[in-house]
Design a protein around this ligand. Structure first.
Ligand code: SF4
Length: 368
């Protein structure tokens, strides 16, 4: 597990939140004119230099953290904390600015809390420092609860950094026809990740814990279609919806053939998913038939499909190429049985909180 929050044991020179981009002073990085120098405590860190602010600051942190050159940190002096906003080697740099959500999905991995982190200027300063062509995530909570501020941030960033792309996870409850021109102007730079859990409105609503959510979702999809938006439609595999997978595929083919692709995702066993886990988790390694049927339908109907969080050895061989290394690096692990496995470099592996005693029954290299 990689720490994304760092407790600073030395912080001098900053009184309000700042952005720091770490660089190795030993490589002779040049200080940009609009940036000030950051001194790191010599015993604590091999990195120094750069931040967007007006002061010279000193920071120190434990040498146990494996820090990369080019990381971007948000530093919060009041709490003596740094948040690792961007790590160059990560497969999932993500901004979370609210933990509030108006849905309550039965398998939510990050149950909603009444907490916001609305540092828009700071995020703007950090985003404009990203490397060329970075694909950056925005998640929650529900980010569209702060729709106006989010759109403004995206507008400002994309106007000066059109090379950046964003993957934004939203429950698609908050789009309206008034957003079409804004969405149209942003659509080249955004892939919206949108959940659809069943074609049966009552079942979808029950899974997301909100009456009328399915209907709102369809209204939003019309707005997104009219905006030319790029969509990743996401379905978490559950006992509650496994019987609907083929219906979802046909629904996409009939009503939304314009989406970019459909992502079928295995359950992340944390948060609400842990409550009555065995009544939600569908072990496809024991019975792949309904998943197979849906994947076959998707192929026939021309629906591009990806499997997320499916360990390779749990997937029937002809469908294994659909599996992705989808788990964020900071919470990704492999098991002892994976050592020496030839598939490991392509395999999603497991969430850090995966508990094998209640997980996949048919697992390991003998199933490859
Ligand atoms: S044995 Fe481990 S690394 Fe190999 S395919 Fe299975 S889960 Fe992936």
């Amino acid at each position: 597990m990689i720490d994304l929050n760092i407790n600073l044991d030395l912080l001098e020179g900053a009184s309000s939140p700042i952005v720091v981009k770490l660089a190795d002073l030993t490589k002779g990085c040049k200080k940009k004119p609009d940036m000030v120098k950051v001194r790191c405590s010599p015993n604590r860190s091999i990195f120094g230099n750069w931040c967007s602010g007006e002061e010279e600051v000193s920071i120190g942190f434990s040498p146990k953290f494996n820090i990369e050159e080019g990381e971007i940190w948000l530093i919060f002096p009041a709490e003596n904390k740094a948040k690792r906003f961007f790590r160059p080697s990560s497969n999932s740099n993500t901004l979370l600015f609210t933990e509030r959500c108006d849905q309550k999905c039965i398998m939510c991995s990050q149950p909603p809390k009444n907490k916001d982190y609305l540092y828009w200027d700071l995020y703007f300063s950090a985003l404009k420092e990203l490397p060329n062509k970075t694909f950056f995530g925005i998640s929650g909570g529900e980010p569209l609860l702060e729709k106006e501020q989010l759109f403004e941030l995206l507008r400002k960033v994309i106007s000066i950094r059109p090379d950046l792309k964003f993957h934004i996870l939203t429950n698609a409850q908050h789009f309206s026809s008034d957003d079409i021109s804004e969405l149209t102007s942003l659509n080249k730079n955004i892939l919206w990740g949108i959940p659809l859990y069943s074609t049966n409105d009552a079942i979808h609503d029950k899974i997301v814990g909100k009456k009328g959510a399915f209907e709102n979702l369809l209204g939003s999809m019309t707005v997104l279609y009219q905006s030319g938006a790029q969509i990743e439609l996401r379905t978490v595999l559950l006992q509650q919806n496994v019987g609907y997978l083929s219906h979802i595929v046909n629904f996409i083919a009939d009503k939304m053939p314009w989406i970019s692709y459909w992502a079928l995702m295995q359950l992340e066993p944390i948060g609400f998913a842990r409550i009555e886990f065995l009544e939600k988790f569908y072990d496809h390694s024991q019975n792949f038939e309904l998943v197979k049927l849906a994947l076959d339908s998707a192929k026939i109907r021309g629906v591009t499909t990806k499997l997320y969080n499916f360990p390779s050895c749990t997937v029937n061989k002809p469908y294994r190429e659909l599996s992705n290394k989808s788990i964020s690096d900071w919470k990704n692990k492999f098991l002892d049985i994976c050592s020496g496995c030839k598939e490991k470099q392509h395999c999603s592996g497991f969430f850090e909180w995966y508990n094998h005693t209640i997980g996949y029954q048919n697992l390991g290299t003998k199933y490859l």
